[in-house]
Write a new protein. Structure first.
Length: 132
């Protein structure tokens, strides 16, 4: 019966002007982040896009542990071999979200990701940053 109670996904993905915007709402699990990441990396626009904005403003990331971030780190590092020129803007305001995002960015940089990363306080700041 567990499939009858499956939670709706807490995210939406928009692709516009070579930019993916992923917006999360409510309680968000690492599986949902990985699912969104898989949809982007497995989609037809991945090779031609330049920017990703991950908006966690309205998300509750309390179920995610810092160690869980290794999955997006490794997947993104693999994806960077086919598209090296990507800006990742992460919109986060809540302390837990900011700490998880910092852990993700630091680990990506440690393993040599060619991507650029920035944590932004608003979606407007993220849009401005990816356009520069």
């Amino acid at each position: 019966l567990s499939h009858l109670w499956k939670k709706e996904m807490s995210f939406q993905i928009i692709y516009k002007n070579r930019t993916f915007i992923v917006t999360f709402a409510s309680v968000t699990s690492i599986d949902e982040i990985n699912d969104a990441n898989g949809k982007i990396q497995g989609g037809e626009h991945f090779d031609n896009h330049n920017n990703q904005i991950w908006d966690f403003t309205n998300a509750d990331l309390s179920l995610i542990l810092e160690g869980d971030m290794i999955i997006p780190v490794v997947t993104d590092f693999g994806a960077s071999t086919t598209n090296e020129d990507i800006n990742i803007a992460i919109v986060a305001v809540e302390e837990q979200a900011i700490n998880l995002c910092k852990a993700y960015i630091i680990t990506c940089q440690k393993i040599g990701s060619p991507w650029a990363f920035k944590i932004c306080p608003t979606i407007q700041d993220a849009l401005k940053w990816v356009k520069t």
